[in-house]
Ligand binder design. Structure first.
Ligand code: AKG
Ligand code: FE2
Length: 331
């Protein structure tokens, strides 16, 4: 039975329609590049520590994206999570959409884009959004156990990066972010991008910014992740030893625009399926986000208000407006 969501039938009219404007973006403009790469081992030696921290901050403000190696997430955890991802996504589509599989519920299963009106709004992918509730008794080697192990390691890494990024921003040390972004307020997304042989330039995931403080992504060797840099789309060269870190909207607001939450997207591949996993460092909904600096570019808002506004905008207009909804009057 077919594991793929019914993209061809659902989107037939759109696929048969006019050329996709992003064909041009992908074939002409997107060059492949190596993102800034930070060796976290350098944090252990006094000598390179300060330089390493500076590199993180520069990358977060100039790129909004960087890679980390020697990040402390073992290959064993990454491989086991990948196996879980294979197992669940290779199930028939009908089952994913209607049954609990391994530890994944149909309510948390997403595919495509609801009611796209143009090819530009189409995401050729499927995903499980994985909330991380307080752990109950989980058997070792169960998918839930692997997810717990992975997210514990990711939280540690995310907090370490927050500590570095927050240092020097007006006397804050990131404690506020760390206290409000705990293991249960964060979540994972397991992504699968089936091949899209019908048309080039179809998005695996439409251009967006993340609503998190930070996102940490593990992509496989297929590639396709692109980010906006100086007005151009750039393809991130896959590096299996590295994790990709990007700044989310909340960090941009909190840092008063010092760190950039940049647009990124995934291009589909005509032959190859692609897998990725993203860990979102998010606070509880009642956490208030306010900039440390004066004058603040954004008004203060709670994470709940932010999410609600994003949802409302997506429902009404088909796309996320994001932080510009919260600009302070004087900005
Ligand atoms: O699949 C990727 O490489 C990126 C995923 C992503 O941007 C997201 O899930 O927000
Ligand atoms: Fe993203």
């Amino acid at each position: 039975m077919d594991p793929n969501p019914p993209f061809f039938t659902t989107y037939k009219a759109l696929l048969d329609s006019q050329p996709h404007s992003s064909d041009i973006d992908q074939t002409v403009i997107a060059e492949e590049c190596e993102l800034p790469i930070i060796d976290l081992n350098c944090l252990n030696g006094k000598h390179h520590e300060e330089q390493c921290k500076r590199d993180v901050k520069v990358a977060a403000s100039e790129w909004g994206f960087f890679q980390v190696v020697n990040h402390g997430i073992s290959n064993s955890i990454l491989d086991r999570l990948r196996e879980v991802q294979f197992d669940v996504f290779r199930q028939p589509f009908q089952k994913k959409a209607s049954e609990k599989l391994l530890d994944f519920s149909p309510e948390n299963y997403r595919w495509g884009t609801p009611r796209p009106t143009s090819l530009k709004q189409l995401s050729w992918s499927e995903a499980y959004h994985v909330p991380l509730p307080p752990s109950t008794d989980v058997t070792k080697a169960s998918p839930r156990h692997i997810i717990e192990e992975f997210s514990t390691a990711m939280l540690r890494l995310a907090h370490q990066l927050v500590g570095i990024l927050a240092e020097g921003l007006g006397g804050y040390d990131g404690t506020y972010i760390k206290e409000n972004c705990t293991r249960n307020t964060c979540y994972l997304r397991l992504n699968r991008y089936p091949p899209c042989p019908v048309k080039t330039g179809v998005f695996g995931l439409i251009p967006h910014t993340d609503s998190s403080f930070l996102t940490i992504v593990r992509q496989d060797q297929v590639g396709g992740l692109q980010l906006m840099k100086d007005g151009r789309w750039i393809t991130v060269k896959p590096n299996l030893d590295a994790l990709i870190v990007n700044i989310g909207d909340l960090f941009q607001a909190w840092s008063n625009g010092v760190y950039k939450s940049v647009e990124h997207r995934v291009m589909s591949n005509p032959q190859l399926e692609r897998f990725s996993v993203a860990y979102f460092l998010c606070p509880s909904y009642d956490t208030v986000i306010r900039s440390y600096a004066e004058p603040a570019i954004y008004t203060k808002f709670s994470f709940g208000e932010y999410k609600q506004q994003v949802q409302e905008d997506v429902r009404r207009t088909g796309h996320k407006v994001g932080l510009s909804r919260f600009l302070a009057q004087s900005a």
